[in-house]
Write a protein that binds this ligand. Sequence first.
Ligand code: PMT
Length: 390
Amino acid sequence: MRSILILSGSPKEVIDGVRYYASVNGVQGFLTAKTLALKGNQVTVIMPDDESYEDCENLRIITKKSDGTVIVSAEDMVKAASEVCAENKFDLAIQLANTASFKAHKPVSQKLKVKDNDLVSFEIEKNTDLFLHLQSLGLPVIEEPDELNEKPVLKSPAREPKTKELIGIKVIVSSGAVSEILTAKNDVITNFSSGKQGFEIAYALADRGADVLLIAGNVHLPEPSHTHIKTIYVQSTEEMLKACQKGLPAHAYIGVAAVADFGIKTVINNIEEYFASDRVRTIEMKQNPDILSYFGHLKETRPEIVIGFAAETHDLLSYAEQKLHKKNADVIFANSVSKDNNAMGSDNNRVYMITKNKTVDCGYSSKYRVGEIIAEIISSNPKLFPALQK
Ligand code: PMT
């Protein structure tokens, strides 16, 4: 039996406080690692810290570097690989991590802002090549063929409504991270949204009898098996907009998804050629359609209730108030993406409910509780009483 080092998962190349570059090639490196471990090989897997895995015999998982910091990017994986190779001897390395072809030239910690109709550009540089790095450590390296590419569909336990208070109400909920394809090699620009907040809202509303159309971007959550939730998966902003439009008419639209504000103007076909003469290149982006604003400004088919979310790294309430007016939403839930409350990815959330007349601090609660607050907004709206009494 052999001692094998595997690089797995999808490292994130951070752009700013909420966005990153990644690859969506979808190789399931962990499944390969588990299979090899079950066959009796000693397998060490290096993977980003936020990805799920199961413990198993003969399998060692490394998600942190020796200084205790978590693995996020390809560069972190390189450091972790060098550290682990300095202390262990491996017979073989397998490069199965889905790395982005490039990374941000100068990542920043704040959320980058863009004014309406402005062209945005990002400075990028070629990403670290994990395959070459493993070779430079003196290891025989292979890249597995793509036969394990099929993403397993995880289903949540079956569930049905517990009460009838929202029977007759149809709601569209958008959730998770939208990814915009940047290159022919499936590199994307995306963000840290996990989909948890949108899924929990969908559950809270469906548990009360509402019919929920859940439009999900890139998420790693089990697909809801709720009798009152229909889930549709999309990748890009355009796809999300179309899927949301198809859901009309609806009584409420709840935009929880972290929609990509920009997509690339022209998809890059050949990365090698692209970086042939310059180490740093500037990609031009174009502004994407605004789905919440689209729903807010609909005329005859505008849902009675249009709710958005705002995630900000700073000036949370003032940006959220601007969004309420600009997008003609009825409510904006503002949540912070900071050390105090990292709304993205966590199980709990602190939200502020902002309407035209008031701002209410809803406190720190489970993401399901935020869904309950939305259920109360829907069930107490007099314009929806006829639909509710069906
Ligand atoms: O998924 P989780 O890990 O649970 O995290 C939840 C969350 C933090 C992503 C969620 O609670 C949240 O805040 N979602 C909105 C994210 C955001 O920053 O949106 P925004 O500020 O870029 O946009 C404000 C609103 O406009 C949102 O309702 C968004 O869906 C909508 N929008 C934005 C851009 C765009 N092109 N179309 C849109 O509809």
